[in-house]
Design a protein around this ligand. Structure first.
Ligand code: COA
Length: 198
């Protein structure tokens, strides 16, 4: 059964700064475009679609309204400093699986924001009634793999030469998975026990 909706916005401490985490809405479109434009292209290789393309961003915004995607945005003052998306294919035989995507602005990395966002996604996965979360990234994204493993994700598959960068070079992807049933106790262990309530 799905959990009750978590309330947003919430504030998390990232070093000396306070970051607001809220549900993404179509009103975040322009900030999202600016945020994506400032990311190194290699950071976007794990995303199946080109986020630099306006049609892809439009589709993302539409998916927020249809519920196909659940997204969060992290803001510091007026700027977007991170975002998440959980993609669920409701028409597939894996509609119990959510594919998680997390992005943090390069100058905000290493301050705990990525971990905080992934933990919020655990709460969303429970809210959505999902059984499993997966995340994929290129094998050279060591910090990304470290964050996910630290939060209990485990490597389930290696997809060799699975994505091509803009120069046509092929990269291997690792697919990490996490059983959502194990999430609730893990969140309590990490001090996010209010995630199951308001
Ligand atoms: C993955 C990503 C979201 C992590 O965000 P972040 O804000 O830097 O993560 P955090 O600061 O919460 O780091 C949490 C843990 O990750 C590990 N970690 C973070 N940066 C690291 C680094 N440079 N080297 C090694 N480990 C690192 C540490 O274990 C850290 O724990 P600590 O704070 O106790 O040391 C960010 O690196 C990113 O946007 N990467 C590009 C996109 C991507 O690959 N996304 C993943 C695919 S879904």
């Amino acid at each position: 059964m799905s959990e009750p909706a978590r309330t947003y916005p919430r504030t998390v401490a990232c070093g000396d700064a306070e970051v607001e985490i809220a549900r993404m809405t179509p009103g975040d479109r322009d900030a999202l475009v600016d945020f994506v434009a400032a990311l190194p292209t290699h950071d976007l290789l794990f995303v199946p679609r080109d986020l630099g393309h306006p049609k892809v961003v439009d589709a993302w915004m539409r998916s927020l309204e249809t519920g196909e995607l659940a997204s969060l945005v992290a803001r510091h003052r007026a700027s977007m400093v991170g975002c998440t998306a959980i993609f669920v294919d409701e028409l597939s035989s894996s509609k119990h699986v959510g594919e998680l995507r997390v992005l943090v602005a390069p100058n905000w990395r290493g301050r705990g924001l990525g971990r905080a966002l992934i933990q919020e996604c655990f709460a969303q996965a429970l809210e959505l009634g999902l059984k499993k979360l997966i995340a994929q990234m290129t094998v050279d994204q060591r910090p990304a793999i470290a964050v996910f493993e630290e939060l209990g994700f485990r490597a389930e598959a290696l997809l060799a030469k699975h994505v091509a960068d803009r120069q046509g070079k092929l990269h291997d992807l690792v697919l990490l998975g996490h059983d959502v049933d194990a999430v609730s106790s893990r969140m309590q262990a990490y001090g996010v026990s209010d995630a199951l309530g308001a």
